[in-house]
Design a binder for this molecule. Structure first.
Ligand SMILES: NC(=O)c1ccc[n+]([C@@H]2O[C@H](COP(=O)([O-])OP(=O)(O)OC[C@H]3O[C@@H](n4cnc5c(N)ncnc54)[C@H](OP(=O)(O)O)[C@@H]3O)[C@@H](O)[C@H]2O)c1
Length: 273
């Protein structure tokens, strides 16, 4: 995720000499030097400029507490904006591990950031200024669509809808292309037809002035092929199954956030998995 963000920032015109990457693992450091030769790569926060406007925490939730404690002293006098993408880790915990009063934005991106087509929900903690909101948004917007949430608890819904969302669409694509193959299409034909249909349908919803329900009605002629398929989906309660699945993901996200904040935690949650 960190590398996707760096790539997005560079593609959107951020000067590479303004980007410093910190990774404690020497082998990852070498890979970063190869992938981003114009950026500065450091093995510890102490070697990075404390004057940074923003520090992005793109580490696993298991290590974020340790990382906050490691960088806290270095950034104490400058207090840059902290942008965390760690799943299930709350703003107040990050603030407490850093030593309070750091401006913290918590984000929930998703996997398509790898192709600059991500979807990210953002929540700003109490000490974040308007300028810092704009900065956080511009970092995540370099890899896709962004949406601000006014309540942190809504990030559980974001996790369930867009964080885990790519997997629902992968599942649907898998089901449709398998069905296509069972009708005699080759694997490649079924894949191309399904993927392009998914892209086209998403684009119509995104750009058109009709909602998905109206679009669905528009492509369903009385007594036609689409109606025959949709009748089966209705009969089998597919909408209800999706509602239950997404509710279950949101409940899991809430549980993982709560366990990550409990006083006995070792912060081992990973809500995006
Ligand atoms: N992947 C997703 O789809 C997704 C979606 C939403 C949110 N997220 C969140 O994004 C975060 C990163 O996920 P990821 O999948 O990109 O994980 P990842 O591939 O493991 O990347 C984490 C990076 O942080 C490095 N790191 C570990 N400890 C460090 C330290 N003390 N100081 C500096 N760097 C350190 C790791 O190095 P090593 O490899 O040497 O450990 C690794 O390069 C997670 O918190 C996850 O919850 C991920």
């Amino acid at each position: 995720m960190g590398q996707a963000l760096i790539g997005g920032l560079l593609d959107s015109g951020w000067p590479p000499d303004q980007i410093t990457v910190i990774d404690t693992d020497p082998s990852t450091g070498s890979l970063l030097e190869k992938n981003f030769p114009q950026c500065r790569i450091c093995a510890q926060a102490g070697s990075a400029p404390a004057s940074a406007q923003a520090v992005v925490l793109a580490v696993k939730p298991q290590v974020i507490r340790l990382v906050c404690e490691q960088i806290s002293a270095h950034y104490q006098s400058t207090r840059p904006l902290i942008v965390s993408i760690a799943a299930g880790t709350m703003v107040r915990d990050i603030g407490a591990w850093l030593g309070e009063e750091f401006p913290v934005v918590r984000c929930m991106p998703n996997l398509p950031v790898l192709v600059r087509c991500g979807t990210t929900g953002l929540f700003a903690g109490p000490d974040v200024s308007e300028t810092q909101r704009v900065l956080a948004e511009s970092i995540l917007a370099s890899v896709g669509f962004t949406l601000w949430l006014e309540e942190e608890t809504l990030l559980d819904a974001v996790t369930a809808v867009s964080g885990s969302g790519p997997a629902y669409f992968f599942f649907l694509i898998e089901a449709i292309l398998e069905a296509g193959q069972s009708l005699g299409l080759s694997a490649d034909q079924a894949r191309q037809l399904t993927v392009h249909t998914a892209l086209g349908a998403a684009r119509l919803v995104e750009q058109g002035d009709q909602d998905p329900h109206a679009l669905r009605r528009a492509v369903t002629s009385k007594g036609g092929t689409t109606e025959a398929a949709l009748e089966i989906l209705e009969q089998e309660g597919v909408k209800k199954i999706f509602a239950a699945a997404i509710r279950s993901a949101a409940q899991k996200a809430e549980l993982l956030s709560r366990s990550a904040t409990s006083p006995t935690n070792n912060n081992s949650s990973d809500a995006n998995k």
